[in-house]
Write a protein that binds this ligand. Structure first.
Ligand code: LLP
Length: 413
């Protein structure tokens, strides 16, 4: 639960705002983001890396208001599309604090990033060395770049979330010499400025040893680059991926300070470190609130589902939920929480104990809903995507408004 969640007469409140009033004002489904919690997690990462850089992974959840918090607190921002670049810009992030990622950035996106003056483009292939060099030359600038390397680590996580192995589509191989060749070509391009190396082993990873091993291999490769190319490499960006618990009783997350200790034990002080946490900042800050519509045959159907949270169907992700709008004295019974979509895979939580008197109109809340939920939400069945309401002590306002049917109809000529 977010730091400022509390219970008042059986009702869940976040930063003093009851979910019933929030649901009445903003409708359901609804994401409630504890702004102070989000910001405190940002600060914890900054404190853990005082001599490094913290790049928030915008793919977890991005909105102009979030960009504003990051900019104000002193974080950098990792983006991976023209859309995320656009939100970074309107949110007021200084371009020199933006890092542009992606395994297949379009030429238009590259031009957009170069023209805006982003602080770094992470080159993911030999093609991109050439594409970014051309875009920078055309724009008459010298673009700072990093080279993304496959560290050759198969971290323990869902296969779709592992990105550090030799067979991943991301980055270039150390083993085959491709990564070294990329550095060599970058150094030969006058429109590119080589600033460092990047790796990212995957997401929702609990095992700190995997991060340490990736760091070890990257430092080894960095020294190799220095020797072979006769340069000093000042920066190492080790990506994001720190896991968070989604269920009560699950192994607690490592803190940013735990990760910093592990990395600093491996990375010499002369190398400036960057990390890219997304989930660990956004995930715990937010609660999803749904209204119960139908209760039948062991199923509790809510007014959202796989369109606003595809994670259970996509990765077998597990969540917990509670009755959030009232106190119930009824015994609990196992039910399956499902959505409103037209397929049986539309399950949010299988087999969870909820009060037996759960009824239409009740609100249920699912914690840890801030990362990769609103950002991966779809319009499946032409549903409109939910708002994200940031709650502060004295105010609650939508930082992403609810989509409307007019928004959807605007797409059709
Ligand atoms: N840096 C890079 C280059 C990344 O690709 C990612 C995430 C991050 C940082 C942030 O990782 P985090 O700290 O959030 O784990 N949709 C999936 C997660 C995909 C992660 C994609 N890349 C899910 O719902 O679990």
């Amino acid at each position: 639960w977010p730091a400022h969640a509390a219970w008042a007469d059986g009702e869940l409140t976040v930063a003093g705002h009851g979910v019933r009033a929030l649901a009445a004002e903003f409708g359901t489904p609804l994401y409630v983001l504890d702004a102070a919690d989000f910001r405190a997690r940002c600060s914890a990462w900054l404190d853990a890396f005082p001599n490094g850089d913290v790049h928030y992974g915008g793919k977890a959840f991005l909105a102009p208001a979030v960009v504003g918090w990051l900019a104000e607190l002193g974080l950098c921002l990792d983006v991976c599309s023209g859309g995320e670049l656009a939100v970074a810009r309107v949110g007021g992030m200084p371009p020199e604090r933006v890092v542009f990622h992606g395994n297949n950035k379009s030429v238009a996106e590259i031009r957009q990033a170069v023209a805006w003056g982003v602080g770094c483009i992470v080159l993911d292939s030999l093609h991109e060395v050439e594409r970014v060099a051309r875009a920078a030359a055309e724009a008459g600038t010298r673009q700072p770049v990093m080279v993304r390397v496959k560290p050759g680590i198969d971290a323990a996580t869902h296969a779709s979330l592992a990105t550090g192995g030799e067979r991943t589509k991301f980055g270039m191989s150390m083993a085959s010499g491709e990564a070294m060749e990329a550095v060599r070509r970058v150094l030969g391009e006058s429109a590119l400025e080589f600033i460092g190396l990047h790796s990212h082993i995957g997401s929702q990873i609990f095992d700190l040893d995997s991060f340490a091993e990736a760091a070890r291999r990257m430092v080894g490769f960095l020294r190799d680059v220095e020797r072979r190319q006769g340069i000093v490499v000042g920066r190492l960006d080790l990506g994001g991926g720190l896991g968070i618990p989604y269920l009560p009783g699950e192994k607690p997350a490592s803190t940013p300070a735990d990760l910093a200790d592990v990395l600093h034990a491996v990375v010499p002080a002369g190398i400036r470190l960057a990390v890219e946490p997304g989930r660990a900042i956004a995930g715990p800050s937010t609660v999803a609130v749904y209204e119960v519509g139908t209760v039948k045959g062991g199923f509790v159907a809510v007014d959202g589902g796989m369109s606003d949270n595809p994670r259970p169907a996509t990765y077998g992700a597990v969540y917990t939920a509670v009755l959030a709008s009232r106190h119930s004295a009824a015994p609990v019974e196992p039910v399956t929480v499902v959505g409103k979509h037209c397929e049986s895979g539309d399950v949010l939580i299988e087999d969870i104990a909820l009060p037996a008197d759960l009824a239409p109109g009740d609100l249920i809340a699912i914690p840890c809903s801030g990362a990769y939920q609103r950002s991966t939400a779809s319009n499946y069945n032409l549903v409109t995507r939910p708002p994200v309401v940031a709650v502060h002590e004295n105010a609650a306002h939508a930082i992403v408004r609810r989509e409307t049917e007019e928004d959807l109809l605007r797409l059709y000529p």
